[in-house]
Design a protein around this ligand. Structure first.
Ligand SMILES: *Cc1c(COP(=O)(O)O)cnc(C)c1O
Length: 371
């Protein structure tokens, strides 16, 4: 099965095979493995050892982002969230539910966030301590300019939290050049091409020191996790999805063998282009213009046909070995296809062919104008 969702993703058999063993999380060998994985992830984030640390958490991407918000934005503190789409809305909600104040900055969601607009919003509200940035907005497919936005925050003396959940490993990141960034959250099961259940936050150590208790949640307290990790490197404090971490170690070996971030980005870009070209050849329209379309996920406008039904399309496509999301993320009817995971452009072309066949079968293919 080709899993073409923007997480979880198609993984390689060697990655899945690593889960077929029993692991003891406190075992020194296992903890050494966790430390090695975290060090590798720190390097991928462009973090400087000592200045930054990568901390492992159990769970899904939202847990990493909630831990980052709770651990860095003080209770009663205020977060500016540029409203780039569904994932920005989710971040705003989890911050509010954690009793942090949120200022929403309304934006056009089909364009990269404009640093000048963010700068004006930060200047207008001196109570904002933190700017939240969704690196790759998984609802729209737009990539936002993290370095430019973080530079604006740095100039105005504000701190930054980055949701890199669907970006990490594929889009470039160099924390050593972004001193205003307190924390970046990400997961094993998107561009790192491993399984769900393990997430990480790469954070500044100076901002973690002395911050224990700020989170208001022991489970999500990154400062506590950091202090424990100084004594017991590679400890998660509580039981992790150990097999998932072992799978990630294999996935990271494959990542290096492929050529790291530039190679991964290039492959995803090829996947995305194969998809968009194939959809246009079928007479369908990607929702974003090519200049704005990111490499992670594509929304395709649904065929304008009474025969179109997303769930039926998804079911029939699945019978052909291709699985996509059964929900759209846009106000117009659309379907979304993830371009990430252990797949290449040939897989994507095969998926496009299957989509064309299913639409033809449903009688939903756009009527082609005579050539
Ligand atoms: C996937 C994703 C998340 C987290 O999703 P979970 O379902 O909690 O793993 C958060 N932010 C972005 C941008 C994402 O793509």
């Amino acid at each position: 099965m080709l899993l073409l969702t923007p997480g979880p993703v198609t993984t390689r058999p060697e990655v899945r095979a690593a889960t077929a063993l029993d692991y003891a999380p406190w075992d020194l060998e296992f903890r050494a493995l966790v430390s090695r994985v975290c060090d590798d992830l720190l390097a991928i984030a462009g973090g400087r050892p000592g200045e930054h640390v990568t901390l492992p958490l159990q769970g899904c991407g939202h847990f990493a982002m909630e831990a980052a918000v709770r651990s860095f934005v003080p209770p009663g503190g205020r977060l500016l969230v540029p409203m780039t789409g569904d994932y920005a809305r989710r971040l705003a909600r989890l911050a509010r539910e954690a009793a942090r104040e949120v200022t929403e900055l309304p934006l056009q969601d089909d364009l990269p966030a404009d640093p000048a607009q963010v700068e004006a919003a930060l200047r207008a509200d001196p109570a904002v301590s933190h700017l939240a940035i969704i690196y790759s907005e998984t609802s729209t497919g737009v990539v936002h300019p993290v370095p430019a936005l973080a530079a604006v925050a740095a100039r105005l003396g504000r701190r930054v939290i980055v949701d890199a959940v669907s970006a990490f490993g594929a889009l470039p990141l160099d924390l050593s050049a972004l001193p205003a960034v307190d924390a970046v959250g990400f997961t094993a099961n998107k561009c790192l091409e491993s399984l769900p259940g393990a997430v990480f936050v790469t954070a500044r150590t100076d901002r973690l020191r002395g911050a224990r208790g700020r989170a208001g949640s022991w489970s999500l307290d990154l400062a506590d996790l950091y202090e424990v990790s100084l004594d017991r490197p590679g400890s998660h404090r509580f039981t992790p999805a150990a097999g998932v971490i072992a799978a990630l170690a294999v996935a990271l070996d494959l990542y290096r063998a492929e050529g790291g971030q530039p190679a991964r980005l290039a492959r995803y870009r090829e996947n995305q282009e194969a998809l968009c070209d194939g959809m246009r050849a079928l007479g369908l329209r990607p929702m974003l213009p090519p200049a704005v379309q990111g490499p992670i996920v594509v929304n395709i406008a649904a065929p304008d046909s009474p025969a179109w039904d997303l769930q039926r399309f998804v079911d029939r496509l699945k019978a052909r070995g291709v699985l996509i999301s059964n929900f759209g993320c846009t106000s117009e009817p659309s379907f979304r296809v993830g371009c990430i995971g252990a797949i290449g452009p040939a897989d994507m072309r095969r998926a496009v062919a299957a989509m064309g066949e299913v639409m033809a079968e449903m009688g939903a293919l756009p009527r082609r104008t005579a050539a």
